[in-house]
Write a protein that binds this ligand. Structure first.
Ligand SMILES: *[C@@H]1O[C@H](CO)[C@@H](O)[C@H](O)[C@H]1NC(C)=O
Ligand SMILES: *[C@@H]1O[C@H](CO)[C@@H](O)[C@H](O)[C@H]1NC(C)=O
Ligand SMILES: *[C@@H]1O[C@H](CO)[C@@H](O)[C@H](O)[C@H]1NC(C)=O
Length: 513
């Protein structure tokens, strides 16, 4: 019960469920059955009509000309047709009108619009009211039908997130465009980089702020009785979201243009600081907290110093699953110590779902598969050390000191009692239950205190104010939750001031993505 309450009160930005009363459900089914097919057909028609028009824009241009902003009829005529057709798509879906507050700044005043909160794909409607500003998209999308043509039409900046070269090129392209003094059209970015439930603003990515040019913050509001628009990590799927949206007579949307924000000299030099300050300003205008949450790989995490703490601790989720599967605490304990012994004896540490099922003596394979997916990106195998250590941590079966003792045995490969940077990353990942990518500054902090041994690490984790949160909140044993949960919550809510400030400083030396 305790655990449930905590997750409910906590402003978790990555879950959203459309909650319907019986009357709303019946109304939704009746209206949806009629409206959904009509609306989707109309929207698809408009969408398909855009395809050839969008292609027309760059048709017949050589690749060199395609790298420049298009001018003349290709710009105004084709822009206008595509804008009307895309407005048609959204009109069909139920956005009969859009309320606009504030004044949109031109490209000379603000080369980039920073739009938040990002709730779902229907947010793209904002483009129709910003003259189809240029966007940044994943290069994978350019091979999708219609979307690909629209991205080409938009002369979007494409980035392959997995390729560091492509990311570098993307940054230089964005900077070039933002500092082109009107040669390139205005850009529009969703600095959160992913969709949320809008109950908090997650950490802004620095992309829009790298060039140090003024930005215009833009807020998206959906003041509707039913919150059908949102589509995020967990909960309502995009199809359900579309169904619920189309089964309303209409959907309200308000776009609010805030005054242009001109960065200070300090902000120009530090895009992370600039991003944090704009995030705080927008959060304040929305009346929601500005938090440090980000999506890292497939999991939402919170940055605490150089650590990425998963928003939903995989170890706690695992304990719940094991509890459901009927394992008692002592059974869990026995299984853990057997697994630890196995890891220490130098056997293969990465195991398959079936092996995990055997280790934990689970009757259902499905439980083992779920546990795997909590810890591993690949889903079909998992490093036993992550499970052993992170579960020991939160199950309160041993003290932090004993835990580090165990951890050193598993991660200090040459057994000299001193960790390398890589070993520390592995060890912290196992304590937290998720891979760590930014542990370089913990390592330098640790080595500045003395040798990277167990005593120094324990000392750092228990005395450094940043990492105290890790120990007292994140690694806190299950059951000892009550007094700590208020602390945890305060931290989310308080993000406006203390939380983000602290993080802004410590994350500043992380590479800008
Ligand atoms: C590009 O594709 C990703 C999924 O691969 C999606 O989340 C994103 O919204 C797409 N962007 C555009 C502009 O269509
Ligand atoms: C749209 O907003 C108006 C107020 O501006 C409100 O009265 C109405 O109920 C809203 N519509 C829906 C579907 O929520
Ligand atoms: C930061 O938090 C401390 C207590 O944790 C509080 O006393 C202080 O007023 C807070 N500062 C701001 C700017 O919110």
């Amino acid at each position: 019960m305790e655990r449930r309450n905590r997750t409910q009160e906590y402003p978790h930005p990555f879950v959203h469920e459309v909650k319907l009363t019986t009357a709303q459900r019946i109304r939704g089914v009746v209206l949806g059955t009629v409206l959904f097919p009509i609306r989707v057909t109309l929207a698809t028609l408009c969408f398909l009509l855009m395809w050839p028009v969008a292609r027309l824009r760059l048709a017949g241009l050589c690749s060199e000309d395609r790298q420049k902003p298009v001018r003349g009829w290709r710009r105004w005529l084709v822009n206008e047709i595509v804008r009307l057709l895309s407005r048609g798509v959204f009109f069909a879906v139920g956005f009969l009108w859009v309320k606009v507050k504030g004044r949109r700044a031109g490209v000379a005043e603000a080369p980039v619009l920073a739009v938040a909160p990002h709730s779902g794909f229907l947010d793209m409607l904002v483009l129709c009211l910003t003259d189809l500003a240029t966007v940044v998209s994943r290069s994978e999308n350019s091979s999708l039908p219609v979307i690909g043509a629209l991205l080409e039409f938009n002369q979007a900046v494409l980035v392959n997130r997995k390729d560091p070269e492509s990311r570098k090129k993307c940054v230089s392209q964005i900077t070039e465009r933002l500092t082109s003094k009107g040669y390139w059209p205005q850009m529009l970015m969703f600095p959160e980089g992913t969709t949320t439930n809008g109950r908090a603003l997650i950490k802004f990515k620095p992309g829009a702020f790298l060039a140090g040019v003024p930005v215009q913050p833009v807020l998206l509001h959906y003041p509707n009785k039913l919150d059908t628009m949102r589509w995020t990590w967990k909960g309502t799927s995009w199809l359900q979201s579309l169904w619920h949206t189309t089964s309303q007579f209409y959907t309200n949307m308000t776009i609010e243009f805030l005054p242009v924000y001109t960065p200070s000299q300090e902000e120009k030099e530090d895009p992370n600081l600039y991003a944090d300050n704009v995030q705080k300003l927008m959060a304040k205008a929305l009346g929601v907290p500005a938090t440090d949450y980000v999506m890292e790989g497939r999991f939402p995490v919170k940055h605490v110093g150089g650590l990425s703490l998963p928003l939903e601790s995989p170890a706690r989720e695992t304990l719940k699953l094991l509890d459901h599967a009927g394992l008692s605490t002592s059974q869990v304990q026995t299984a853990l110590s057997r697994m630890t012994d196995c890891c220490q004896s130098g056997q293969e540490k990465t195991v398959s779902i079936d092996q995990l099922q055997q280790w934990l003596e689970l009757s259902e394979r499905e439980t083992a598969a779920k546990i795997c997916s909590l810890f591993s990106k690949k889903d079909d195998s998992v490093d036993l050390r992550l499970i052993c250590l992170s579960i020991s941590t939160v199950s309160g079966l041993c003290s932090l000191e004993d835990l580090l003792d165990k951890a050193f045995k598993l991660y200090d490969c040459d057994g000299d009692g001193v960790l390398t940077a890589e070993e520390l990353a592995g060890l912290m990942g196992a304590l937290v239950g998720a891979p760590q990518f930014n542990t370089a500054n913990i390592y330098s902090e640790l080595t500045s205190r003395g040798p990277a041994n167990k005593e120094e690490l324990l000392n750092l984790l228990t005395t450094d104010t940043t990492y105290q949160e890790l120990v007292t909140v994140y690694l806190r044993p299950e059951g000892a939750e009550h007094e700590a949960s208020s602390h945890h919550m305060a931290n989310g809510k308080d993000g406006n001031h203390n939380g983000t400030m602290r993080n802004g400083n410590t994350v500043a030396n992380k590479n800008a993505d």
